[in-house]
Each structure stands twice: as structure tokens, then as C-alpha cells.
Design a protein around this ligand. Sequence first.
Ligand code: SF4
Ligand code: SF4
Length: 361
Amino acid sequence: MAGVNRKLLLDCALCPNMCRCECPVDKEYGREAVSPSGKARLAHLLLEGHLDWEEDLLEAVSSCLGCRGCRLLCPFPELDLCEELLQARTVERPPGMVLPAAAPYLNNLKKFGSPYGTRPVAQASPQGGSPEVLYFINCTAQANHPRSPQLVLELLEAAGVSYRVMDQYCCGYPAQIWGDMELARQLAEENRDRAAQSGARLLLTDCPECWHTFTARYPQWGCELGLPVVDAATYFLELVQQGRLKITPPEGIGSVTYHDPCIWARVAEMTAAPRELLQHIPGLELKEARPAGRETRCCGGGAMFQLTFPERSAGIARRRLEELPPADAVVTSCPFCRENLQVGGGKVLDLAELLGLAALR
Ligand code: SF4
Ligand code: SF4
């Protein structure tokens, strides 16, 4: 696994910090220490031994959503600050040091394979045989809004796609965030073995953090998943284009505002597929957030923030909601955004839920 790039971290520590206007954490806390360059300065001083790893400093350098908003204004194209901060926390923090707020979730992860203490069990489609799709149900939807993964399965069945639900463990990213790389690798190896046993052609995920972990982090951890990983928006768009799902107007929903999750928009550069999918729904008005697409702003749910810093996370979600024009529902394609944006009390759906209303009647 790559270590910290100390030269880049120092560049960031010495930078005028203009990107702080794009950092949702900086805006919410209003504290220099958790601004992008502020976190880089603390990480630099910790790594160089000028500061000791104490709980408040670990909390400050952990106060990053991984949203990459700072990259929009960063003069160093090769710098991915959230990854440098993650590496600093993963590789350099004293062994066993865990934020108290993260400890119960890390314990769940060790004991049950999910931060929430429950995890999906294997399930096969009625077609039997080697499945086309291995569906990886993300821990957050499974624990908090299980109707959404259930609708994914119903949509696959309606389109005649054979599938298997993975008897899975968490993708492992939360373990890395909370500093336990041994556990992260162990979870990755479990998932790699189950993916290989499934005989499926591809792995389907509706979680951008899982997608990023499978495609970018597993290779860094020396554990290739061995299956192509496809996001749900792209996959369902193909099914709709092939005429395998019949789309009708969803009852009670005439307009939606699409919120781009930051990893899909800025890492996967996947902004067109969900919009195209929404445009296939007859009579649906699509409204755009300001900002949208690559310039989107985080909902506050990235990097497990809503578990470890719930009040701050909700505050960031409220700020994001102010940037979304009114519509019958907010639609998104990430389980964390789906959950966090509910803080305003409005209707929030993920793509599968909206598609379920439009294609499963
Ligand atoms: S990745 Fe997001 S939360 Fe982290 S420093 Fe950059 S803008 Fe702030
Ligand atoms: S992330 Fe880039 S723009 Fe932001 S403070 Fe660091 S070096 Fe400067």
C-alpha cells in the first residue's frame, strides 16, 4: 500500500488554502484546523514528530469527508488530499488508537462484518445456474433502508436478469477509515473469495464508496476483486435502453432534483448515466442542483461521517439541501446521501426506489 507523499502534504500545508470555500467540513466547523490546508499542516507536524498523536488531533485529521471538493481549486493536480490524510491516519497513527465515536462501529465490523451489526446473506434469483450479476448490497442500505436493495432485486427479476446476492462482508473501507488495515484486508479477501465462487459475470453495486474500494483500494491492498464492477445507474440504463424494463410515469412524482454523490461525480466521473436514466421516465421533470455534476457538494455522509460525527454531518446535509431546488423528491445514487439528505424532512429516493415506482407496477 502506498504511504504518505510527504512532499505533496507539505505543499498543501504551505498553500494559501483557497480551496477552503469548497470544503464542507471547513464551512460547517468554521475552524482553521479542519480546513484543507489546516489538516495538512497538522498531519505534517504529526508525521514529522513535532506533535503527538492525541485524540483531538486524530479527530481533526479525520475530519475529512473524502469528497474531493478541494480538488476543484487545487493547483497541484497530483494531490488528492483526502487520500494523503487517510494514508497518514492509516499508516502512521499509533497502533490501536481509535476515535471513541468510531469504536462501537469498528467492534461491530470485527464481530459481524458490518459496522451496523447486520449483513446481507446469500440469495439467488429464481432462474438458478451461474448468475449474470453478483449484487453487493451495501451495509448502509441493508441496515437503514432495506426496501431499496429489495427493489434492485425486483427490477433485476422484472428484466429477466439472473443474479446472486453476495453472502458478503463490508467492502472494508470503513475499517481503513478507522485505522484497522488488517481488518480491511481480511474483509477484502473474504469478498474476493466469494466473488470468485459466484461464477457471476459482473458485480453490481449501488454504493460509490464500495465501487471505489473495489476498483481502486483493493489493488492498493494487494487484493484484486477479479470481477468487473458496474454501478447501478449504468446497469439499469442499459436494461432500459434494451427495452427490458417497461417505464411508466411514477405515481405522485412529477419532478425530481438529482443530487450527484461526490465519488460518482468526481472520481468515477459518472454524471450522465443517472440523468439519462431519469430522462427515460415519461413526464418527469429533472431539476438541477446548484452546483451540480463535477462541482457537486458533499451531503456530509462521506467517509462514514454520519456515524462518527452525526451532528456535523447533519449540518452539512442541511447546507446541501439549501442548494437543491424544490421538487417532489430528491433523487440520488448513494446510500449515504439517500440517508443524510432526509434531515430536511423531504422525500429522498435512490434511483432504484424511483425506478421501482416507474417500472414495477
Ligand atoms: S476532501 Fe472534502 S472534506 Fe476533505 S479536505 Fe477536501 S473538501 Fe474538505
Ligand atoms: S488541497 Fe490544494 S488548494 Fe487546498 S490547501 Fe491543499 S494544496 Fe491548497
